[in-house]
Design a protein around this ligand. Structure first.
Ligand SMILES: [Zn+2]
Length: 163
């Protein structure tokens, strides 16, 4: 069967760690979510037919760390004792984690676990409140990897990273 979709640019879709792609129709802007984990490592371009009859193509991007620049204030607390806490600025964000700039002095080091909370500047002001592991510390710049999954967060982050 021949492809009938036009030769326009293929939209890249970043797949969440839980294997969900959030796809928006270029015509009617209807959003659908597809479980695409089964395509990991195999089929990367999908032909989508929207209910408005529009045909379009998307390319699945399974890369874990698509990072988007950000400037979001938030705070953190060191786990498990919750004594050491402070303010931070999220400077980049991905489905897998965040890069932050710690405001003031801190005593974070690689391998520690923190609870990190910040608000996205999306239209819902989605609050992201996640456990994360500190991976890299360079002075006040800290890279953290999210732990576990936060399915509602995955979706809010997915939308945030799409625009
Ligand atoms: Zn449509």
């Amino acid at each position: 069967m021949k492809m009938t979709a036009s030769q326009e640019e293929i939209t890249k879709i970043y797949v969440t760690p839980s294997g969900v792609a959030i796809i928006k129709c270029p015509d009617c802007e209807m959003i659908r979510t597809l479980t695409v984990d089964k395509f990991r490592g195999t089929k990367h371009i999908l032909n989508i037919k929207c209910s408005c009859k529009r045909l379009f193509r998307v390319k699945l991007e399974f890369r874990k760390f698509y990072r988007k620049k950000a400037e979001l204030s938030g705070d953190y607390v060191l786990l498990p004792e919750k004594i050491h806490r402070g303010r931070l600025m999220v400077v980049n964000i991905s489905q897998g984690g965040v890069g932050v700039h710690i405001l003031g002095t801190h005593r974070l080091s690689a391998g520690q676990e923190i609870q990190i909370c910040f608000t996205l500047d999306d239209k819902h002001g989605s609050v992201i409140d996640r456990r994360a592991v500190v991976r890299v510390v360079s002075k006040n710049n800290v890279c953290c990897e999210f732990k576990g999954n936060g399915s509602s967060h995955d979706k809010a982050l997915g939308f945030y990273l799409m625009v």
